[in-house]
Structure formats: structure tokens, C-alpha cells
Design a protein around this ligand. Structure first.
Ligand code: CA
Ligand code: CA
Length: 363
């Protein structure tokens, strides 16, 4: 090569390395999709399959609600304090709730979770992904199927669970706030992060606490990830929507809406009330806090450094939240039982019209 050409070549290489970093090569996946990591490609195939065959065409339905619930009930089986005592402290987000379902579905707070466990199991087996990964992936996709649902981080590579979670690690709606906050602190969550995780109840519902009204939601907008849950849980309770009271249930303010004892208590507790109220008129804050807390929960008990970021497979947002928080018809600001007096809610207005009944959720 002539010296002049060599100089030009060296100049070009130097320019390329300083001024123009080539994008990282992407692995080609099915249907012309791509990923930074070839190991993420399988998740596109899982996505296609579960949107069609688990989520009924990408709906925010029963399976989406239950899939989100399952992420927590698998992950929270993790206790450093048990480990300190020399016992097995659980593997956290390891898929143990599916792998050892015969043990974990018998835990009281896991009542009714066997349905989604058995719905999810064949998908994970078919695509040869771990149960721990599948549970977090399905939860993230389920959230995205709901209007306003944020895009959660999804990391893949959790190994198979070795044994069942110990009993007693999943909080119950009948537990006191002290008990819940202590259990969650053991797993590494602050009181504020407990509230952050409870944003999930904006698209939550109960099935087994009062089976006479199975499918009754925790707020009036169970297909919308919004802050209505944080408003409505603060309204004075006036009725039992089904044949209650049941263990873990307290009176709700709206016919058809179900209120968990733990939600009502955490909404009013001095340690959590300000965080709770801060979300009502600030849905971006709620959404971001939920994303952060979920990212933390999804790797409980796992070696995060060994996981691969496949978040790009989760569908991007396509919906927006249709409206800001409001009071249901017939309710007034005075009906709110506010324990935090630092955060005011001056812009909260009530819908016109007669009081509503929230229908049970079946989709
Ligand atoms: Ca687990
Ligand atoms: Ca909602």
C-alpha cells in the first residue's frame, strides 16, 4: 500500500473511532425483528404466543390482572432474615411458585393463584424459558395491555428454582400495616416502595376473598393504570359490595368495588399516607415509582449482573391515560379521609350524575 493511501486509511480509522461509533450489531429475530442480544429473540416468540393465547389478543383482562399479581407472589418469597438464621430464605423471583406449585399455592395469601400458575406453565415449557423469567415477562406484557400501563424493565436469565419458598412470606390483606411494612422491609422495600408497588391495584381485582362477587375490582377503572385507586381507597367506606365482611375486607365507598383491609390501612397510615396522596394528581410520579419498584422486585434473590436486558421486547406504550383523577359521582372532597395534611388536592372534582355501581370484571 502506498504511504499516501495508508495515511488516508489510518485517518479514516481514527475518524471512525473518535467521531462515529458504529451502532452495536443487532441479532435478527423472527418476523424481521431484532435485538441487541440474540438470547432475547425467544421473547418475541413468547410475546406473540401469549398476546394471542394468554391475553386474548392483547387485552387488559383477567389474565393480565392475574399475571401481574403472580409477579409479586413469586418474587416476595425471599427473606434475608431467614437466611441469617441459617434457614432457606426463598429464591425470590425464581419461578418457584410454578415449579413448586403444590407447596406454594397452598399458602393462604396465594388463594386462587393456581389458575394463572397453570395457565402460564405450558407457555414457559413450550418456549424453553425459565418459570422465573416467564412470570416477570408475562406481568410486564400484561401491564402494557392496560391503558396507561408503563413499560416495565424485563431482564432475562433467571435459573430454575431449586426449592419452594418458605411459608409466611407473602403479605396478607388481613395483616396489620406494621406486619406488612416489616415483611417488606425484610425483603428490602421501604414504606414508600410498598405504596409504589400497590399502584398495581389500579388494575387489580379480587376473586376468592368474596367469591360471591368474584372479579370485583379495587377501583372503578380496572382496565386503566391510573391513580383512581389512590383516590377511591381514601373515600369513607359505606358498604360491603358482596356478602361480606370477609377476612381481609373492609367497607368500600362504591357498589361493586372491593376494598382490601391492607389497602385502606396503608392509605391512612402516617408512614405511607403522604406517598399515597402524592400519586393522586401526579400520575407520572406514580408510574415512574411503580416502574422502579417493580424493577427491584423482579430481581429479588437473583444475581442481577448475570441477567440480560430484554426490555425492548416489551411493547412500547400505545395508550395514554384518558383523564386525570376525579371523584366518582355523588362523592365530595369531604368524603376523603386524608391523613397527610401536607399534600392538598384542590383540583379534584366530582363527576356529575347519580352514584355508580362498578361491574364485576370478566373478560
Ligand atoms: Ca419465588
Ligand atoms: Ca384503575
Amino acid at each position: 500500500m502506498a504511504p499516501k493511501s495508508l495515511l488516508l486509511l489510518l485517518t479514516l480509522i481514527s475518524f471512525a473511532s473518535v467521531g462515529h461509533t458504529n451502532p452495536a450489531p443487532r441479532a435478527l429475530c423472527s418476523k424481521n425483528r431484532s435485538s441487541l442480544h440474540a438470547s432475547c429473540c425467544v421473547w418475541y416468540d413468547v410475546l406473540d404466543d401469549i398476546q394471542a393465547n394468554l391475553f386474548d389478543g392483547g387485552k387488559c383482562g383477567d389474565a393480565a390482572h392475574e399475571s401481574l399479581r403472580l409477579t409479586f407472589h413469586d418474587a416476595i418469597g425471599y427473606s434475608p432474615s431467614l437466611t441469617k438464621q441459617g434457614k432457606f430464605g426463598g429464591g425470590g423471583a425464581d419461578g418457584s411458585i410454578i415449579a413448586f406449585s403444590e407447596v406454594e399455592t397452598t399458602f393462604g395469601p396465594n388463594a386462587g393463584i393456581d389458575d394463572i400458575v397453570e395457565e402460564e406453565r405450558p407457555f414457559a415449557l413450550k418456549h424453553k424459558v425459565s418459570f422465573g423469567d416467564f412470570i416477570q415477562f408475562a406481568g410486564a406484557v400484561g401491564v402494557r395491555n392496560c391503558a396507561g400501563g408503563p413499560r416495565l424493565q424485563f431482564l432475562a436469565g433467571r435459573p430454575d428454582a431449586k426449592q419452594a419458598s418458605p411459608a409466611g412470606l407473602v403479605p396478607s390483606p388481613a395483616d396489620s400495616v406494621d406486619t406488612i411494612l416489616a415483611r417488606m422491609a425484610d425483603a428490602g422495600f421501604s414504606a414508600s416502595e410498598v405504596v409504589d408497588l400497590l399502584a398495581s391495584h389500579s388494575i387489580g381485582l379480587q376473586q376468592d376473598i368474596d367469591p360471591s362477587i368474584a372479579g370485583s375490582p379495587f377501583d372503578s377503572t380496572p382496565t386503566v393504570f391510573d391513580s383512581q385507586f389512590f383516590v377511591e381507597t381514601l373515600l369513607k367506606g359505606t358498604l360491603y359490595p358482596g356478602d361480606g365482611p370477609h377476612h381481609g375486607e373492609v367497607m368500600s365507598p362504591i357498589r361493586g368495588e372491593f376494598r382490601l383491609q391492607s389497602d385502606a390501612a396503608i392509605a391512612r397510615d402516617s408512614r405511607t399516607a403522604c406517598r399515597w396522596q402524592s400519586f393522586i394528581l401526579n400520575e407520572p410520579l406514580m408510574s415512574g415509582a411503580f416502574q422502579s419498584a417493580m424493577a427491584k422486585m423482579a430481581v429479588l434473590g437473583q444475581n442481577r449482573a448475570s441477567l440480560v436486558d430484554c426490555s425492548e421486547v416489551i411493547p412500547p406504550p400505545t395508550f395514554s391515560i384518558p383523564r386525570i383523577a376525579h371523584l366518582p359521582p355523588g362523592k365530595k372532597l369531604q368524603d376523603l379521609e386524608l391523613s397527610c395534611h401536607v399534600i392538598n388536592l384542590p383540583f379534584l372534582s366530582a363527576d356529575p350524575g347519580p352514584s355508580i355501581t362498578v361491574p364485576p370484571f370478566h373478560l
